[in-house]
Write a protein that binds this ligand. Structure first.
Ligand code: FES
Length: 107
């Protein structure tokens, strides 16, 4: 299992056990985490899974694709350097302890 901590806009932290191979978005939805919608189901067509990844983990993620960059530009909350689409982050042992923060708005 891979631990993931989701931090809401108001600062509430929720840590869950995710499965390797599952996305950060799917793990949030499966655990009823408020603030991640995942409207398109992970096909990179909605940006309602936008998160800010803790900088400590930034170097462990693969770079954003051009398509992900484009979707983030249209996200409801302004993208930042640490912005990612959580449907594009697959959990692995290397990401154990991952921390992501939710943006103000997803839609
Ligand atoms: Fe739609 Fe991630 S769930 S872009």
């Amino acid at each position: 299992m891979v631990k993931v901590t989701y931090i809401s806009v108001s600062g509430v932290e929720t840590t869950v056990d995710g499965r390797e191979g599952d996305s950060v978005m799917a793990t949030a939805v499966a655990n009823n985490i408020d603030g991640i919608v995942g409207e398109c189901g992970g096909s990179m067509a909605c940006a309602t899974c936008h998160v800010y990844v803790d900088p400590a983990f930034a170097g462990r993620l693969s770079p954003r694709s051009d398509d992900e960059e484009a979707m983030l530009e249209g996200a409801a909350s302004d993208p930042r350097p640490e912005s990612r689409l959580s449907c594009q982050i697959r959990l692995s042992a290397d990401l154990d302890g991952l921390v992501v923060r939710m943006p103000e708005e997803q839609m």
